[in-house]
Write a protein that binds this ligand. Sequence first.
Ligand SMILES: Cc1ncc(COP(=O)(O)O)c(C=O)c1O
Length: 362
Amino acid sequence: MEPREFFIEDRLERYRLKAFCNLGESGLSHFTMEEMLSMAGLTWKDLSQIPMYDAPNQGSLALRSTIADLYPGVSPDEVLVTTGTGEALYIAFQLLVRPQTKLALIWPAFQALYEIPKMLGAEIIPVAAESAFHASVWKRIDADLYVINHPHNPTGSTFSQLEWDALLQEFQSQKKTVLFDEHYRFLPKGGGMGKTGVHPKHRFYGTGSFTKCFGVTGLRVGWLIADAEFIKRARSFKDYLTHTVNPIAERIALGLLKEKDSFLPVIQRRVQNNIDQFSLVWKDLPKTELFTSPEGGLVGWLQIQKGISSEEYADKLFERTGVFVLPGSNFEMEGYLRIGFGAKEDVFLEGIQRWKECRDLI
Ligand SMILES: Cc1ncc(COP(=O)(O)O)c(C=O)c1O
Protein backbone atom coordinates (compact mmCIF):
# COMPACT_ATOMS: atom_id res chain seq x y z
CA MET A 1 0.00 0.00 0.00
CA GLU A 2 1.07 3.57 -0.59
CA PRO A 3 -0.59 6.81 0.48
CA ARG A 4 -2.61 8.83 -2.02
CA GLU A 5 -1.17 12.19 -3.04
CA PHE A 6 -1.10 14.80 -0.29
CA PHE A 7 -3.90 17.01 -1.61
CA ILE A 8 -2.84 20.39 -0.18
CA GLU A 9 0.80 20.11 -1.19
CA ASP A 10 0.52 20.56 -4.96
CA ARG A 11 -1.38 23.84 -4.57
CA LEU A 12 0.94 25.07 -1.80
CA GLU A 13 3.96 24.38 -3.97
CA ARG A 14 2.38 26.16 -6.93
CA TYR A 15 1.28 29.34 -5.15
CA ARG A 16 3.09 29.89 -1.86
CA LEU A 17 5.91 31.94 -3.39
CA LYS A 18 3.81 33.64 -6.09
CA ALA A 19 0.92 34.88 -3.98
CA PHE A 20 0.81 38.56 -3.07
CA CYS A 21 -1.20 37.57 0.02
CA ASN A 22 -0.65 34.00 1.17
CA LEU A 23 -3.63 32.82 3.22
CA GLY A 24 -3.16 29.24 2.02
CA GLU A 25 -0.43 28.53 4.53
CA SER A 26 -1.14 27.15 7.99
CA GLY A 27 1.99 28.80 9.42
CA LEU A 28 2.90 32.34 10.37
CA SER A 29 4.59 34.17 7.47
CA HIS A 30 8.28 33.39 7.69
CA PHE A 31 11.00 35.35 9.41
CA THR A 32 14.46 35.72 7.88
CA MET A 33 17.50 33.94 9.29
CA GLU A 34 18.65 37.22 10.81
CA GLU A 35 15.30 37.85 12.49
CA MET A 36 15.12 34.26 13.70
CA LEU A 37 18.58 34.41 15.27
CA SER A 38 17.69 37.59 17.09
CA MET A 39 14.47 35.95 18.40
CA ALA A 40 16.54 32.98 19.57
CA GLY A 41 19.08 35.24 21.33
CA LEU A 42 21.87 33.95 19.06
CA THR A 43 24.53 35.61 16.93
CA TRP A 44 26.22 34.50 13.71
CA LYS A 45 29.31 33.88 15.83
CA ASP A 46 27.32 31.44 18.01
CA LEU A 47 26.34 29.52 14.88
CA SER A 48 29.91 29.42 13.63
CA GLN A 49 30.94 27.47 16.75
CA ILE A 50 28.43 24.64 16.33
CA PRO A 51 30.21 21.30 15.80
CA MET A 52 28.88 19.72 12.61
CA TYR A 53 28.71 16.15 13.87
CA ASP A 54 25.58 14.04 13.96
CA ALA A 55 23.40 15.41 16.76
CA PRO A 56 22.31 12.75 19.30
CA ASN A 57 19.76 10.41 17.69
CA GLN A 58 17.06 11.15 20.25
CA GLY A 59 17.82 14.90 20.18
CA SER A 60 20.23 16.83 22.40
CA LEU A 61 19.54 16.58 26.13
CA ALA A 62 19.26 20.39 26.38
CA LEU A 63 16.58 20.53 23.68
CA ARG A 64 14.69 17.51 25.02
CA SER A 65 14.70 19.02 28.52
CA THR A 66 13.31 22.30 27.22
CA ILE A 67 10.60 20.48 25.26
CA ALA A 68 9.79 18.28 28.28
CA ASP A 69 9.27 21.45 30.36
CA LEU A 70 6.32 22.34 28.10
CA TYR A 71 4.43 19.33 29.52
CA PRO A 72 3.60 18.72 33.17
CA GLY A 73 5.31 15.61 34.50
CA VAL A 74 7.19 14.74 31.29
CA SER A 75 10.92 13.93 31.46
CA PRO A 76 13.56 14.30 28.72
CA ASP A 77 13.68 10.52 28.14
CA GLU A 78 10.02 10.76 27.09
CA VAL A 79 10.89 13.10 24.21
CA LEU A 80 12.08 12.26 20.70
CA VAL A 81 13.19 15.20 18.53
CA THR A 82 12.11 14.68 14.91
CA THR A 83 12.28 16.33 11.52
CA GLY A 84 8.99 18.19 11.78
CA THR A 85 5.79 16.94 13.32
CA GLY A 86 5.25 15.01 10.10
CA GLU A 87 8.03 12.56 10.97
CA ALA A 88 6.81 12.20 14.55
CA LEU A 89 3.32 11.34 13.28
CA TYR A 90 4.67 8.91 10.70
CA ILE A 91 6.67 7.02 13.31
CA ALA A 92 3.91 7.07 15.93
CA PHE A 93 1.43 5.58 13.46
CA GLN A 94 3.91 2.86 12.46
CA LEU A 95 3.99 1.80 16.10
CA LEU A 96 0.32 2.30 16.97
CA VAL A 97 -1.58 1.13 13.90
CA ARG A 98 -2.11 -2.41 12.65
CA PRO A 99 -4.53 -3.70 9.98
CA GLN A 100 -8.10 -3.13 11.22
CA THR A 101 -7.08 -0.73 13.99
CA LYS A 102 -10.08 1.54 14.53
CA LEU A 103 -8.86 5.14 14.53
CA ALA A 104 -11.22 8.00 15.39
CA LEU A 105 -10.40 11.62 14.53
CA ILE A 106 -12.00 15.02 14.04
CA TRP A 107 -13.21 15.51 10.45
CA PRO A 108 -12.15 17.31 8.23
CA ALA A 109 -8.52 16.68 9.10
CA PHE A 110 -4.92 17.34 8.16
CA GLN A 111 -4.40 14.51 5.68
CA ALA A 112 -1.35 12.88 7.31
CA LEU A 113 -3.50 12.14 10.36
CA TYR A 114 -5.58 9.62 8.43
CA GLU A 115 -3.73 8.87 5.19
CA ILE A 116 -0.76 7.17 6.86
CA PRO A 117 -3.01 5.12 9.20
CA LYS A 118 -5.12 4.14 6.16
CA MET A 119 -1.99 3.03 4.35
CA LEU A 120 -1.22 0.83 7.36
CA GLY A 121 -4.68 -0.75 7.18
CA ALA A 122 -6.56 1.31 9.77
CA GLU A 123 -10.31 1.72 9.70
CA ILE A 124 -10.98 5.47 9.97
CA ILE A 125 -13.88 6.76 12.07
CA PRO A 126 -14.47 10.43 11.18
CA VAL A 127 -16.05 12.54 13.92
CA ALA A 128 -17.70 15.64 12.38
CA ALA A 129 -16.10 18.87 13.58
CA GLU A 130 -19.55 20.40 14.29
CA SER A 131 -20.01 18.03 17.21
CA ALA A 132 -16.46 16.84 17.96
CA PHE A 133 -15.66 19.46 20.58
CA HIS A 134 -18.04 17.90 23.12
CA ALA A 135 -16.66 15.14 25.34
CA SER A 136 -19.95 13.22 25.30
CA VAL A 137 -19.58 12.57 21.55
CA TRP A 138 -16.31 10.68 22.09
CA LYS A 139 -17.87 8.57 24.81
CA ARG A 140 -20.06 6.92 22.19
CA ILE A 141 -17.18 6.12 19.84
CA ASP A 142 -15.51 2.78 20.22
CA ALA A 143 -12.00 2.99 18.73
CA ASP A 144 -8.54 1.55 19.42
CA LEU A 145 -6.80 4.86 18.85
CA TYR A 146 -8.09 8.44 19.16
CA VAL A 147 -6.31 11.24 17.32
CA ILE A 148 -7.11 14.66 18.73
CA ASN A 149 -5.72 17.59 16.76
CA HIS A 150 -6.07 20.55 19.09
CA PRO A 151 -6.31 23.47 18.23
CA HIS A 152 -7.85 21.97 15.14
CA ASN A 153 -6.67 22.36 11.56
CA PRO A 154 -8.64 23.34 9.44
CA THR A 155 -11.49 24.76 11.58
CA GLY A 156 -9.52 26.53 14.35
CA SER A 157 -11.95 25.03 16.88
CA THR A 158 -10.92 24.06 20.42
CA PHE A 159 -12.41 22.32 23.45
CA SER A 160 -13.59 24.53 26.30
CA GLN A 161 -11.81 23.81 29.59
CA LEU A 162 -14.89 21.99 30.88
CA GLU A 163 -15.20 19.74 27.83
CA TRP A 164 -11.45 19.17 27.76
CA ASP A 165 -11.36 17.98 31.36
CA ALA A 166 -14.34 15.70 30.71
CA LEU A 167 -12.68 14.32 27.56
CA LEU A 168 -9.44 13.47 29.34
CA GLN A 169 -11.37 11.95 32.22
CA GLU A 170 -13.38 9.81 29.81
CA PHE A 171 -10.32 8.57 27.89
CA GLN A 172 -8.52 7.86 31.14
CA SER A 173 -11.34 5.93 32.76
CA GLN A 174 -11.73 3.82 29.62
CA LYS A 175 -7.93 3.33 29.38
CA LYS A 176 -7.86 4.57 25.79
CA THR A 177 -4.75 5.26 23.74
CA VAL A 178 -4.74 8.82 22.44
CA LEU A 179 -2.43 10.75 20.14
CA PHE A 180 -2.70 14.51 20.60
CA ASP A 181 -1.43 16.56 17.66
CA GLU A 182 -0.79 19.92 19.31
CA HIS A 183 1.07 21.69 16.53
CA TYR A 184 -0.78 24.97 17.19
CA ARG A 185 -0.54 24.90 20.97
CA PHE A 186 1.51 28.12 21.16
CA LEU A 187 -1.38 30.15 19.77
CA PRO A 188 -4.43 29.84 22.02
CA LYS A 189 -6.95 32.66 21.88
CA GLY A 190 -6.24 35.10 24.72
CA GLY A 191 -2.48 34.45 24.79
CA GLY A 192 -0.30 32.36 27.06
CA MET A 193 0.28 28.70 26.42
CA GLY A 194 -2.44 26.35 25.17
CA LYS A 195 -3.53 23.28 27.08
CA THR A 196 -2.08 19.85 26.48
CA GLY A 197 -3.65 16.42 26.76
CA VAL A 198 -0.29 14.64 26.82
CA HIS A 199 0.29 12.26 29.73
CA PRO A 200 2.57 9.36 28.72
CA LYS A 201 1.71 7.25 31.77
CA HIS A 202 -1.91 7.09 30.59
CA ARG A 203 -0.85 6.34 26.99
CA PHE A 204 -1.82 9.89 26.03
CA TYR A 205 0.94 10.55 23.51
CA GLY A 206 1.65 13.78 21.69
CA THR A 207 3.26 15.38 18.68
CA GLY A 208 4.22 19.02 18.53
CA SER A 209 6.39 21.73 17.13
CA PHE A 210 6.80 25.51 17.28
CA THR A 211 7.78 26.07 13.65
CA LYS A 212 4.39 27.16 12.32
CA CYS A 213 3.48 29.27 15.34
CA PHE A 214 6.88 31.01 15.39
CA GLY A 215 7.17 31.63 11.60
CA VAL A 216 10.19 29.37 11.04
CA THR A 217 8.78 26.37 9.15
CA GLY A 218 12.06 25.95 7.26
CA LEU A 219 13.76 24.86 10.48
CA ARG A 220 11.96 21.47 10.29
CA VAL A 221 12.03 20.56 13.98
CA GLY A 222 9.24 18.72 15.77
CA TRP A 223 8.85 16.09 18.49
CA LEU A 224 7.06 13.07 19.80
CA ILE A 225 6.16 12.62 23.49
CA ALA A 226 5.49 9.11 24.85
CA ASP A 227 6.66 6.78 27.62
CA ALA A 228 10.37 5.96 27.54
CA GLU A 229 9.81 2.45 26.18
CA PHE A 230 7.73 3.75 23.28
CA ILE A 231 10.29 6.50 22.61
CA LYS A 232 13.03 3.87 22.43
CA ARG A 233 11.13 2.00 19.72
CA ALA A 234 10.31 5.25 17.94
CA ARG A 235 13.97 6.26 17.99
CA SER A 236 14.94 2.98 16.42
CA PHE A 237 12.42 3.70 13.67
CA LYS A 238 13.84 7.19 13.23
CA ASP A 239 17.35 5.70 12.89
CA TYR A 240 16.18 4.30 9.54
CA LEU A 241 14.55 7.55 8.41
CA THR A 242 16.25 10.89 9.07
CA HIS A 243 18.45 9.49 11.85
CA THR A 244 19.24 12.88 13.41
CA VAL A 245 18.11 16.50 13.20
CA ASN A 246 20.93 18.75 12.03
CA PRO A 247 22.80 20.43 14.91
CA ILE A 248 22.24 23.97 13.58
CA ALA A 249 18.47 23.51 13.59
CA GLU A 250 18.65 21.94 17.06
CA ARG A 251 20.63 24.84 18.50
CA ILE A 252 18.29 27.47 17.03
CA ALA A 253 15.25 25.47 18.22
CA LEU A 254 16.65 25.51 21.74
CA GLY A 255 17.18 29.28 21.63
CA LEU A 256 13.69 29.94 20.27
CA LEU A 257 11.98 27.82 22.93
CA LYS A 258 14.02 29.43 25.71
CA GLU A 259 13.30 32.97 24.48
CA LYS A 260 9.70 32.46 23.39
CA ASP A 261 8.18 34.77 26.01
CA SER A 262 10.02 37.73 24.46
CA PHE A 263 8.43 37.41 21.00
CA LEU A 264 5.35 35.18 21.25
CA PRO A 265 2.96 37.90 22.55
CA VAL A 266 3.71 39.99 19.45
CA ILE A 267 2.94 37.03 17.19
CA GLN A 268 -0.24 36.25 19.13
CA ARG A 269 -1.42 39.86 18.74
CA ARG A 270 -0.79 39.78 15.01
CA VAL A 271 -2.77 36.57 14.52
CA GLN A 272 -5.65 37.82 16.69
CA ASN A 273 -5.76 41.15 14.81
CA ASN A 274 -6.03 39.30 11.51
CA ILE A 275 -8.76 37.04 12.88
CA ASP A 276 -10.67 40.06 14.22
CA GLN A 277 -10.39 41.89 10.89
CA PHE A 278 -11.59 38.84 9.00
CA SER A 279 -14.50 38.31 11.41
CA LEU A 280 -15.62 41.87 10.66
CA VAL A 281 -15.59 41.58 6.87
CA TRP A 282 -16.24 37.96 5.89
CA LYS A 283 -19.95 38.66 5.25
CA ASP A 284 -18.94 41.22 2.61
CA LEU A 285 -16.79 38.73 0.70
CA PRO A 286 -18.46 37.27 -2.41
CA LYS A 287 -20.71 34.22 -1.98
CA THR A 288 -19.81 33.40 1.60
CA GLU A 289 -22.17 31.63 3.98
CA LEU A 290 -20.72 31.20 7.47
CA PHE A 291 -17.54 31.81 9.43
CA THR A 292 -16.82 31.01 13.06
CA SER A 293 -13.76 32.77 14.51
CA PRO A 294 -10.95 30.37 15.39
CA GLU A 295 -10.39 29.80 19.10
CA GLY A 296 -6.79 28.74 18.59
CA GLY A 297 -4.09 28.23 15.98
CA LEU A 298 -3.61 29.94 12.68
CA VAL A 299 -6.41 28.78 10.39
CA GLY A 300 -10.18 29.04 10.01
CA TRP A 301 -12.87 27.42 7.88
CA LEU A 302 -15.04 29.69 5.74
CA GLN A 303 -18.24 28.21 4.38
CA ILE A 304 -19.19 29.35 0.87
CA GLN A 305 -22.57 29.20 -0.83
CA LYS A 306 -23.91 25.83 -1.92
CA GLY A 307 -23.13 24.61 -5.41
CA ILE A 308 -19.89 26.60 -5.81
CA SER A 309 -16.74 24.58 -6.44
CA SER A 310 -14.20 25.50 -3.77
CA GLU A 311 -11.41 24.87 -6.23
CA GLU A 312 -12.91 27.22 -8.81
CA TYR A 313 -13.41 29.87 -6.11
CA ALA A 314 -9.79 29.58 -4.93
CA ASP A 315 -8.42 29.63 -8.49
CA LYS A 316 -10.43 32.70 -9.51
CA LEU A 317 -9.58 34.51 -6.29
CA PHE A 318 -5.88 33.96 -6.92
CA GLU A 319 -6.10 34.99 -10.60
CA ARG A 320 -8.07 38.15 -9.87
CA THR A 321 -6.45 39.37 -6.64
CA GLY A 322 -3.25 37.45 -5.87
CA VAL A 323 -4.90 36.20 -2.66
CA PHE A 324 -4.19 32.50 -2.11
CA VAL A 325 -6.51 30.31 -0.02
CA LEU A 326 -6.93 26.53 0.09
CA PRO A 327 -10.12 24.95 -1.28
CA GLY A 328 -12.12 22.63 0.97
CA SER A 329 -11.79 19.95 -1.71
CA ASN A 330 -8.15 19.60 -0.64
CA PHE A 331 -9.57 18.44 2.71
CA GLU A 332 -12.05 16.16 0.95
CA MET A 333 -14.92 18.47 1.92
CA GLU A 334 -16.70 20.72 -0.60
CA GLY A 335 -18.28 24.05 0.31
CA TYR A 336 -15.42 25.57 2.33
CA LEU A 337 -12.17 27.51 2.04
CA ARG A 338 -9.35 27.29 4.56
CA ILE A 339 -8.08 30.71 5.54
CA GLY A 340 -4.68 31.24 7.17
CA PHE A 341 -4.17 34.13 9.60
CA GLY A 342 -0.39 34.28 9.74
CA ALA A 343 0.27 36.97 7.09
CA LYS A 344 1.76 40.34 8.06
CA GLU A 345 -1.11 42.63 9.07
CA ASP A 346 -0.73 45.19 6.24
CA VAL A 347 -0.61 42.46 3.60
CA PHE A 348 -3.58 40.69 5.20
CA LEU A 349 -5.66 43.90 5.21
CA GLU A 350 -4.82 44.69 1.59
CA GLY A 351 -5.63 41.08 0.62
CA ILE A 352 -9.08 41.04 2.16
CA GLN A 353 -9.82 44.51 0.74
CA ARG A 354 -9.02 43.26 -2.79
CA TRP A 355 -11.11 40.13 -2.14
CA LYS A 356 -14.04 42.22 -0.91
CA GLU A 357 -13.97 44.41 -4.02
CA CYS A 358 -14.29 41.37 -6.29
CA ARG A 359 -18.09 41.34 -6.40
CA ASP A 360 -18.30 39.37 -9.67
CA LEU A 361 -15.70 36.78 -8.63
CA ILE A 362 -17.87 33.74 -9.25
C1 LIG B 1 -2.27 19.48 12.42
C2 LIG B 1 -0.93 19.32 11.78
N1 LIG B 1 -0.12 18.35 12.18
C3 LIG B 1 1.09 18.16 11.63
C4 LIG B 1 1.54 18.96 10.61
C5 LIG B 1 2.91 18.71 10.03
O1 LIG B 1 3.77 19.69 10.44
P1 LIG B 1 5.34 19.77 10.19
O2 LIG B 1 5.52 20.86 9.19
O3 LIG B 1 5.92 20.12 11.52
O4 LIG B 1 5.80 18.45 9.70
C6 LIG B 1 0.73 20.00 10.15
C7 LIG B 1 1.13 20.85 9.05
O5 LIG B 1 0.38 21.64 8.52
C8 LIG B 1 -0.55 20.18 10.75
O6 LIG B 1 -1.37 21.16 10.37
